[in-house]
Design a protein around this ligand. Structure first.
Ligand code: NAG
Ligand code: NAG
Length: 217
């Protein structure tokens, strides 16, 4: 009995420390198309009856169409996650098209659940990510058409089109639902707002500066 218990404990520990636990769970069937009408809460979505699955569940059209980049940052992300393509449920993958106006920026952000691999289809980009504490090392690269760059899971990263023509990039992401935390929006635009006392101390500036930044979000 004690031996069996020790074995179980060892198995659980091995499972808990397995690197695969940091990714979307592996699929246990060929397909599990998201049933977004179910009231059952699971990690991901409940599978729709396989007999009712159709090709459209795995399909999206129009990713070749340029997106509107006339916004404050001059970029537009079209993310095809499980909410857009229900067939991605349990498959641990998604993709995105990113359009950049001249001098457009995809501002510093994090994907809490995915590593991103990106290629430039048009134009050129100055891209980078920052490693975690205590190093906070900035790793950057200038990418031209056909170049590929990787943004490791959970790290702050950005892409900037420093050129005078538009740019387009395509990304693969290692989650059906990578999630996005845009740093500026989360820190300065939370609802309700984080107290300016806290942010003034965190950023080591006057409260008035914080108030001014918060007013933009
Ligand atoms: C569920 O998915 C269908 C088809 O993909 C979509 O039209 C509908 O709006 C979605 N419903 C919800 C509640 O997300
Ligand atoms: C992105 O582009 C689409 C289509 O051009 C547009 O409907 C959408 O509002 C744009 N989003 C942003 C954030 O500019």
């Amino acid at each position: 009995m004690a031996a069996a218990y020790a074995l179980l404990l060892a198995a659980l520990l091995a499972l808990a420390s397995s690197p695969t636990m940091a990714r979307d769970p592996g699929a246990l069937q060929d397909l599990c198309v998201a049933d977004n009408t179910s009231n059952v809460f699971v990690n991901g979505f409940v599978c729709k009856d396989p007999k009712l699955v159709k090709a459209e569940d795995f399909f999206f059209s129009g990713l070749d169409e340029p997106r509107d980049t006339t916004n404050k940052v001059g970029s537009n992300v079209t993310l095809l996650n499980v909410n857009r393509i229900p067939g991605l449920n349990t498959l641990g993958i998604s993709m995105a098209r990113v359009d950049y106006a001249p001098f457009g920026l995809n501002p510093p952000h994090i994907h809490p659940r995915a590593t991103e691999i990106q290629t430039v289809l048009e134009g050129s980009l100055y891209v980078g990510f920052v490693t975690s504490n205590p190093d906070n090392r900035l790793v950057t690269k200038v990418l031209r058409k056909g170049d590929v760059f990787v943004f490791p899971q959970g790290l702050i990263h950005f892409q900037f089109n420093y050129g005078t023509s538009k740019a387009v990039a395509l990304s693969g992401l290692s989650s059906q639902n990578p999630g996005v935390i845009t740093i500026a929006n989360s820190v300065f635009g939370s609802k309700p707002a984080i107290s300016d006392d806290i942010l003034a101390k965190a950023f080591q500036v006057d409260k008035k500066i914080i108030d001014r930044i918060q007013a933009h979000f």
